[in-house]
Design a binder for this molecule. Structure first.
Ligand code: GLV
Ligand code: MN
Ligand code: MN
Length: 354
C-alpha cells in the first residue's frame, strides 16, 4: 500500500535520496501526523519541476502505509517492507471483525506475495530523511517553527489479557472476587508511577476493555495495551521488566492468570551526524536556530535506520503541539519554512555531490 514517486536525477546511476512518511492515522487522529512528511517533499518536487531543474541524484518520495499499527498487532508495515523486515506471519492476523491482513490487502487490490520485492538495496541510497510534526509541546513553547531531531526514542508494545472469574455482582462477596478489571486498574496506576519515576521515560495503558462486560457482572476478563518508550533501550527494558513483575504480583495476590504478548519493539534510533548537520544547516539558512531535540514519537525513520543513515526535521504543532487528536494544527507559514529547509537540504546535497 505504499505510494512511491521518483523525481529522477541527471545521473540515473547515482545513489538516490529517500524520504517520506506515513499516510495512515490513529483513530480520531489529526490531519498532519505523517502526511506533512509526504506533502513537503512533494512541494519541493513541484518547485523543481516548475523551474525545469533536475538534481544530480534521484529523489524518491514514499507515502508509507500502516505506520501506526491500529488495525493489526503490527507496525511499520510499509517502511518494514522497504527494509525487508515485513513479517509474513502478520498476514494471518485477524482484525476485530475477523478479517485477516491478507484478506484486507487483497480487498484493497494489493498482492501480499509481492511484499518481499519491495525491499530496497541500501547501497543504492544516500540516506533517508523525514519531515514530521513534532507532536509535542517543545517547539511551540519556545516559539520556534523547526527543530532538528537528534534521536528517536526506543519503544516496546504489549497486548495483555488478565483472566479472573466472571460472577454475580450482587451476590459475590468483595473478599472472594477474582476481578480482572480491578487488577488491570491497579496495574495501570503502577505503569503511570513507573513511567513518571525516570526522566525521558513514558509508559501508557492506552486500551482497556472488559470483553462482553455487564453492569451486574464482576469482570472475568480484561484486555489492555501497554506502550513504553525511552531515549535508551536499557531504560525502556528496565521499565518493561518492572511492569511484568508487578503484573505477576498483582495476579498472584488476586488469584488471577494473565498473558502478555509483545507486539512491537523498535530500537532507539540516533540520527546520523552528517544528515543531522545537513538539517541544521538548512534550518540555519532560514535565519533560525538549529535547535536540537529527541523524538518521543515513533517514526518510519526508525525502520529505515536499520539499513541506512537517517535524520528527521520537526515542525511545530499548535495547541501545545497536541497530536493523535483532531485538535492537531499547523500554520502555512511554518510549512513554507519547512519546504524551504528541505529545498536547502536538496541543494546542499547537490553541491556536495558535484
Ligand atoms: C506513532 O505515532 C507512535 O509514535 O506511536
Ligand atoms: Mn502517529
Ligand atoms: Mn507519525
Amino acid at each position: 500500500g505504499n505510494v512511491v514517486g521518483v523525481y529522477h536525477g541527471t545521473d540515473p546511476s547515482a545513489k538516490r535520496l529517500l524520504t517520506g512518511s506515513h499516510y495512515d492515522t490513529v483513530r480520531n487522529g489529526g490531519k498532519y501526523d505523517g502526511r506533512l512528511g509526504i506533502f513537503v517533499p512533494m512541494a519541493c518536487v513541484r518547485e523543481l519541476h516548475r523551474q525545469g531543474r533536475r538534481l544530480p541524484y534521484g529523489f524518491e518520495v514514499v507515502g508509507f502505509s500502516e505506520e501506526e499499527g491500529q488495525r493489526y498487532k503490527a507496525v511499520f508495515l510499509g517502511s518494514g517492507a522497504l527494509t525487508g523486515t515485513f513479517n509474513t506471519a502478520w498476514l494471518g492476523q485477524k482484525d476485530v471483525d475477523g478479517i485477516s491482513m491478507r484478506e484486507a490487502m487483497e480487498h484493497a487490490g494489493l498482492c501480499p506475495d509481492d511484499i518481499s520485492k519491495l525491499k530496497r538495496d541500501a547501497s543504492k541510497y544516500l540516506g533517508f530523511v523525514e519531515v514530521h510534526i513534532e507532536q509535542g509541546p517543545v517547539l511551540n513553547a519556545l516559539d520556534l517553527p523547526l527543530g532538528v531531531v537528534t534521536s528517536i526514542n526506543g519503544s516496546v508494545r504489549f497486548a495483555g489479557l488478565i483472566q479472573g472469574m466472571a460472577s454475580h455482582a450482587g451476590t459475590t462477596p468483595m473478599g472472594t472476587r477474582r476481578d480482572a478489571a480491578a487488577a488491570a486498574a491497579e496495574l495501570t496506576l503502577f505503569v503511570e508511577q513507573r513511567g513518571a519515576a525516570v526522566p525521558d521515560l513514558v509508559a501508557t495503558v492506552g486500551m482497556l476493555e472488559v470483553p462482553n462486560g455487564s453492569t451486574n457482572v464482576v469482570p472475568g476478563r480484561c484486555k489492555f495495551s501497554l506502550d513504553i518508550r525511552a531515549t535508551t533501550n536499557s531504560v525502556r527494558d528496565a521499565c518493561a521488566t518492572d511492569i511484568q513483575n508487578e503484573l505477576a504480583r498483582i495476579c498472584e495476590r488476586r488469584g488471577l492468570s494473565y498473558t502478555l504478548e509483545e507486539t512491537m519493539r523498535a530500537a532507539a534510533a540516533p540520527s546520523a551526524p552528517d544528515w543531522q548537520n545537513r538539517w541544521e544547516a538548512a534550518v540555519q539558512s532560514l535565519g533560525l536556530p538549529g535547535f536540537q531535540m529527541p523524538s518521543g514519537a515513533g517514526h518510519d525513520a526508525m525502520k529505515l535506520h536499520e539499513i541506512m543513515p537517517q535524520a528527521m526535521l520537526f515542525m511545530r504543532g499548535l495547541n501545545a503541539g497536541i497530536s493523535h487528536n483532531p485538535l492537531e494544527a499547523i500554520t502555512n507559514d511554518d510549512t513554507d519554512l519547512c519546504v524551504r529547509a528541505f529545498q536547502h537540504l536538496l541543494d546542499q546535497l547537490a553541491t556536495e555531490l558535484s
